[in-house]
Structures are given as C-alpha cells and as structure tokens.
Design a protein around this ligand. Structure first.
Ligand code: B12
Ligand code: SF4
Length: 500
C-alpha cells in the first residue's frame, strides 16, 4: 500500500508529466497538421478520459454451458491502462461483469470518454460493434485485439481507427492526438480511402509495461475466494508474449511476431505484489506456453511462488516437458497443467500444424500425473479432412491418456490463422462476417470448415465424446478419490449435471 505522501508526489509528478505531454501534442500537431477523422466529432486537443472496454461474450461462446460470468479479466486492456495511466484518466469496463448490456453502456456513458477503445475477438465482435455504434458521435472509437488486427478493413465500417497487434505504444500516440498519418500500427479511413499504416515494431522489453494496479472492487470481480473453504483467491498473470510454434488454428505467432519473455525479477515482483496487496494464493499463468523458457528464466519465478506458498496452473506443450521440469513445477506448487492434444491421428494433427507424436502426448500425461499434477487435455474436432472414424480414434486416445478434465472443441477458422488462409484458398469459406444468426458454429457466429461432417454432426459428436469420457464409472470413482475439498466435489457434480 502506498503512503499518502507518496501518492502526493506521484500526483505532482503526473501533473508535470501531463503538461509536458500537452506541449508535445501542440508541437506535433503544429508540425504535421491536424488529425483527420472519418466522422465529425468534437474532440479535445488532448484525450483526458479513455474508456477501455470488453463486450460481453460468454453467451455467444458457451451458450447453455455458460456458468462463470466475469471470471476472466481482460489482461490486454489492463496492460494498456498500466502503460498509459500517467497521461490520461483510463478506466476498464468489462461487459462480462455486468448484469445487462444497458447497465454496461450506462456506466461508460457516465464516465464521458473522449476515446473508447474496444477489444475484439471473433466471437464478441457483433457485441463490440453494438458498443462502438453507441459512441460514434461522442468519442473516438478504436478497435484492437486479434479480430480487429486481421480484419481491419471490415472493422472500419463501425470504428474510426483500428490498432493492429501490440497496443500499448500505439494507444499512447492516439491519446496524444498524434496525426493518424504518423502512427505506425493503425488502419483508418481518410477521405473515403482505406489506409493501412506500417506495422509497429513490438516492445523490445516487456518490463517497460508497469505492473497492473487493480482496484479492490475490480479485483473482486475476478478473484472471489471459494465460498466453501476459502482456500484460494485467484490472480491472473502473463509473463511472455508470443509463441515459437505455428499451429494451424492459432494466431499467436503472427499477432506477436516472436516470443518475448519478461525478466524473472519483474515477474517475481508482480507475484509478490499480488500476494501481499491482494491476498492472492492461487495464480493462473495465461502464457501461451509457460514451459517454453530456459531454466535461468523459470527457476527464479518458481522460487518466488514456492517461498510464498502460492499454487498455480499453466499451459504447456507436451513436447516442452521433461521429467526434470515437471519435478520443478510440482515442487513449486503447480497443481494443474493444460495440454493441447487436438487429435490422435497423425495426418489430422499434421493438418492442424501440430508437430508432435502420440508417444510424446501419452508420456507428458503419464509423467504429469506421476508428480501429482492435475491434467487438462484439449481436443479439436472438424479439421477439413477429418472423418467420423478419426474422431472416434481421438476419443479413444483421450480415454486412454485419461486427463482429469477434457475439452472437445470444434475447429474454428479465426482470421489471422493458417487454417483460415487454407480454408479461403480452397473455397471452404468466403471472408465471413461474424453473424450469430447465420453461423451456428463454435463459437456461435463463425463457420466450421469440415469437408465431411456438418456442424450438427460435429456438435453431436462433441457431446457424445463428453458423455463417453465423463460417463465412465472408473473416471468418477478416481475423481472422487482425488477430491480434496468441497470445491472439488462441486466440480464433479457440475460435470455430471452438464454432460451426463
Ligand atoms: C487467456 C485467454 C483466454 C481466457 C480468458 C480470455 C479473456 N477474458 O481475455 C479463456 C481461457 C477464458 C479463453 C477462452 C477462449 N478463448 Co482465448 N485466449 C486467451 C489468451 C491465451 C490470452 C489473452 C490475453 O490476455 N493476452 C495477452 C494480452 C496482452 O493480449 P491481448 O488481449 O491480445 O491485448 C493486446 C493487443 O491485442 C492489443 N489490444 C487488445 N485489445 C485492444 C483494444 C484497444 C483499444 C487497443 C488500442 C489495443 C488492443 O493491445 C493489447 C496489449 O498489447 C489468448 C492468446 C494470446 N496469447 O493472446 C487466447 C485467444 C484470445 N483466445 C481465443 C479463443 C478462440 C478463445 C475461445 C473461443 C476458445 C473456445 N473455443 O472456447 C474462448 C472464448 C472466450 C473468450 N475469452 O472470449 C483466440 C481468439 C482468436 C480470435 N481471432 O478471436 C486467442 C487469440 C487464441 C488463438 N487461438 O489464437 N481465452
Ligand atoms: S496453439 Fe499454442 S503452441 Fe500452437 S502456436 Fe498457438 S500458442 Fe503456440
């Protein structure tokens, strides 16, 4: 917690900082001319209030499976806020934490933003558009995130500006009102003409982004302690950007260019702060692949977790795991690892760009369980050339390796992914527009691209797969034996209710 004197000093510093920023804006605008806008807006010379918003998405994604409203903070928006907080009053509004869309919009309106930045993923795009349209006359509307990055031209039908890729520095220049022509990484319309400026070079050093300052209420939305045994208060953290692989259904590699890691000391500082200031004793690492780092980067992070008794979960690739690494993770408090498996049929896995073997997958699950770490296995149905019997084989494989939890997903061609380009090139899809009334895919609003199976067949196979996996007597007995708390029992009950 900061002392009052410290807060005063920061405020004073910020005022000086704001003044120098203002001078900078005046100089820049005098040199380069005034910013051009698609629509007439009465915008100030310096953006003072910036709203960063995430439209609600759960209903679109999870449909009737939805049950965890507001459980996941939009870390991208909080990072944008942390980076730019010293030049404007920035607030994050998360539609997932509101009971109704109207209340959500009402709160943003009360704040009277001069710039509203909206994060986009394919499945929330329709709602993001609704939100942007509401502020068209009132604020500069900016879209960012994976969907906008790869569909900039389409987004400009509803937004003034699109920020492509990493957003921290680009947003800073928009707040400063640097002329659009001078801002790398944006797309916009100038005199009816679509303009895509040069890409922005990514931040060299991720530690330049200040740590997120969570408001108490804000934090509570995402980190409710367990109602049953008060065992864990969960925090969320990302310690890297990008991935070294190039799986067909994922845009990480293109979105972030190359893998960049935060320094372990910087990560340890964030862990300490989450623990000391917010009482966090459980952490979710949202890195694409947490295990894709050298020992010299990993060990200091694990030491910090261990010394504070923080348990954690992370994502890993089966081929980045070894017995030694698993021992280190388990010793530091790792209690769950998420592995993408996708398919057990080599040709289908190849189609998905997953260069790993069934042996690697089976061994990763075996070893992880050996160290007492829970496993989640994720599988994808509906690759272009996948047939019903391929899916059958994958379900059998899932039962064989027996994760504690499974996810069966239907392949979705998200813009910016190799599989999207493949599907366009072979005429399996046109450049679709997200339309929840037209595409009953998964997530809703996006088409599927199987050559052999309809959406309905895939949906049916998915639910049958869950039934077969979770309906096994030995699975349920095993999970009941492993249960350590009321939370674990409720989780088993949820599985039974949802799938059996
Ligand atoms: C954590 C995570 C989740 C979490 C929670 C997500 C949440 N609430 O934010 C969970 C597990 C629930 C989840 C679920 C799903 N996810 Co997810 N998830 C991620 C993951 C791994 C990290 C997200 C993150 O925090 N990134 C880090 C921050 C820093 O990046 P960022 O959010 O992109 O923000 C930066 C830039 O994009 C930009 N930016 C973003 N918004 C804005 C706005 C403005 C105004 C500006 C200026 C800039 C800007 O600036 C930010 C800072 O640089 C990403 C992959 C990834 N590495 O990003 C996938 C990802 C977002 N997920 C994806 C998908 C498909 C899903 C699911 C649909 C999967 C499924 N079938 O169920 C569900 C849907 C639920 C949902 N969230 O919408 C896709 C989205 C693809 C797309 N084009 O839409 C991604 C990109 C992974 C992939 N396959 O490529 N997910
Ligand atoms: S799916 Fe995972 S391993 Fe594959 S490219 Fe994306 S982040 Fe990397």
């Amino acid at each position: 917690m900061k002392l009052p004197l410290e807060i005063e000093i920061i405020k004073l510093f910020n005022s000086f900082h704001a003044l120098s920023e203002l001078l900078f804006v005046v100089i820049i605008n005098t040199n380069y001319g005034i910013v051009t806008f698609k629509k007439d807006k009465n915008l100030p010379i310096f953006m003072r209030r910036v709203a960063l918003a995430q439209a609600p998405y759960s209903e679109v994604v999870f449909g009737r499976e939805k049950n965890a409203k507001g459980a996941n903070p939009p870390l991208g928006l909080y990072s944008l806020k942390a980076y730019n907080n010293n030049i404007a009053d920035i607030r994050v509004f998360d539609g997932e934490t509101y009971d109704s869309f109207n209340n959500f919009i009402g709160d943003i309106e009360d704040f009277q933003p001069e710039l509203i930045g909206i994060t986009t993923v394919s499945h929330s795009y329709e709602r993001s558009k609704d939100l942007a349209r509401y502020f068209t006359e009132k604020a500069l509307t900016v879209a960012g995130g994976p969907y906008a990055t790869f569909r900039d031209q389409e987004c400009l039908e509803d937004f003034d500006v699109v920020v492509r890729g990493e957003g921290e520095q680009t947003l800073r220049e928009l707040i400063r009102r640097v002329p659009f022509q001078k801002i790398n990484g944006i797309s916009y319309i100038d005199n009816g003409k679509f303009v895509r400026n040069l890409d922005r070079t990514r931040l060299e050093n991720l530690d330049e982004i200040p740590l997120i300052e969570w408001g108490d209420q804000e934090f509570f939305n995402y980190s409710r302690p367990s109602v049953f045994d008060n065992r864990s208060k969960t925090g969320y953290i990302i310690t890297s950007r990008g991935c070294a692989y190039n799986c067909g259904y994922c845009c990480s590699n293109i979105m972030w260019d190359r893998i960049r890691l935060r320094n372990p000391e910087n990560v340890a500082k964030e862990i300490a702060r989450l623990n000391e200031n917010y009482g966090i004793d459980y952490l979710k690492f949202w890195d694409d692949t947490f295990t894709l780092r050298s020992n010299s980067n990993l060990i200091p992070i694990l030491n910090e977790l261990k010394s504070r008794g923080i348990r954690f979960t992370c994502n890993a690739r089966a081929d980045t795991i070894s017995e030694k690494k698993l021992a280190q993770l388990a010793d530091a408090g790792c209690d769950k690892i998420f592995y993408g498996c996708e398919s057990s049929v080599p040709e289908i896995r190849k189609e998905l760009g997953r260069k790993m073997t069934n042996e690697q997958l089976a061994s990763a699950f075996h070893l992880t369980k050996m160290f007492g770490i829970h496993t989640v296995g994720s599988f994808i149905f509906g690759s272009p050339n996948e047939k019903e019997y391929d899916i059958e084989k994958t379900i059998e494989f899932a039962i064989d390796i027996d994760p504690d939890k499974v996810l069966f997903n239907i392949l979705t061609p998200h813009p910016g992914t190799p599989i999207y380009n493949y599907a366009i090139a072979r005429g399996l899809i046109d450049h679709y527009k997200v339309d929840t009334s037209k595409w009953q895919g998964e997530p809703l609003g996006i088409p599927t691209i199987s050559k052999h199976l309809t959406r309905e067949q895939l949906q049916k196979m998915k639910f049958e797969a869950y039934k077969r996996f979770y309906g096994r007597q030995e699975y349920l007995i095993n999970q009941l034996k492993k249960a350590q708390s009321l939370d674990d029992l409720v989780s088993i009950q949820n599985i039974v209710r949802t799938y059996l």
